[in-house]
Design a protein around this ligand. Structure first.
Ligand SMILES: [Zn+2]
Length: 313
């Protein structure tokens, strides 16, 4: 945080946040990072409404053009003279303490560079909020022209989101939460349905060999591999499974009474999805990326696999 406007803005914002959420404490301020950020400790849920309130308060203090005053005090007297000070006494090695006052608003022990009056900061905006731990948050912010630029950018994102969601501004958050909830429900339904169909999976008989060829969605990889292993305990079984999630995962296997190198088949399949795999001669697996026409590709693969199986001796 090289910019003294950003640094002074941070003093004001932290005080404002403490007024809105009295239990917060300042963990550290980032001075080395490229971005302006402050790290705070708070065990509750830091709501967007509270953060907005603290931002409004910060900008009010900025617009009031309060003076930023430097005081010096003996370490022993500092608490008596400035009862409301933000200070970590145990960290102060010197006899003299430098105190920065944002006129009648905030007192903090600090050796950094500050503006002379709050109006120089012009505008304060939070630009990113992350929960970094059980009770810790990282708050990124900008001041002045950068903050204004960022607020326009964020406003554009909000406006575009309203249009995509066909939703009034006050409903955007609720709409997104509902969509996520629906999505999770659909995902679970697909997983359940997929699991049932996987349990009752039927082979195709090709010249006396049982061919299991399936495309599965929403299933756990480990479960698929385990079940594939069980199916291959039968005699004369040949298996090619596609598991679709963010990418495509392929399992190729055969029973031990068949002579065929499944790694060759697996890699010729995965080549179509830009992937590679490995394993043993009788059981191989690997992943690739999903293309828009993956269903068509899988249909073509099915034909090829059936040809391979019918030519087995
Ligand atoms: Zn400071």
């Amino acid at each position: 945080m090289q910019d003294k406007r950003a640094h002074t803005g941070e003093h004001i914002f932290f005080r404002s946040l403490s007024k809105v959420v009295p239990e917060v404490s300042l963990d550290k301020i980032s001075i080395k990072e490229e971005k302006n950020a402050l790290y705070i400790k708070y065990s509750g849920d830091l709501s967007w409404d509270k953060l907005l309130e603290a931002e409004k308060l910060t900008n009010m203090i900025i617009s009031e053009n309060r003076k930023v005053i430097v005081h010096n005090s003996k370490k022993d007297d500092v608490i008596t003279k400035f009862p409301d000070i933000r200070i970590k006494l145990d960290r102060i090695q010197t006899e003299e303490v430098r105190i920065i006052e944002v006129e009648n608003y905030d007192f903090a022990a600090c050796s950094g560079d500050h503006v002379d009056s709050t109006k120089e900061i012009d505008f304060f905006l939070l630009t990113k909020v992350n929960k970094t731990g059980e009770d810790s948050y990282r708050l990124e912010f900008e001041v002045a022209e950068k903050a204004k630029e960022e607020s326009l950018k964020l406003s554009k994102i909000a406006l575009a989101s309203m249009e995509i969601l066909q939703s009034a501004p006050e409903n955007v958050e609720r709409t997104i939460l509902n969509i996520l909830k629906d999505n999770e429900r659909y995902r679970q339904n697909i997983a359940e349905f997929s699991q049932k169909s996987f349990e009752s999976i039927c082979p195709k008989d090709i010249s006396g060999t049982k061919l299991y060829f399936e495309t599965l969605k929403g299933l756990d990889r480990k479960l698929v591999i385990k079940r594939a292993g069980e199916l291959l305990e039968q005699s004369k079984a040949f298996l090619v499974l596609f598991l679709i999630d963010e990418g495509i995962f392929v399992v190729c296997g055969r029973s031990l009474d068949i002579n065929y190198d499944m790694r060759t088949l697996l890699n010729s399949i995965l080549a179509k999805f830009g992937g590679r795999g490995g394993g043993r001669e009788n059981f191989a697996q690997g992943g690739g990326s999903l293309s828009d026409n993956y269903e068509t590709i899988i249909k073509e693969i099915e034909k090829e696999v059936e040809k391979i199986v019918s030519s087995l001796v």
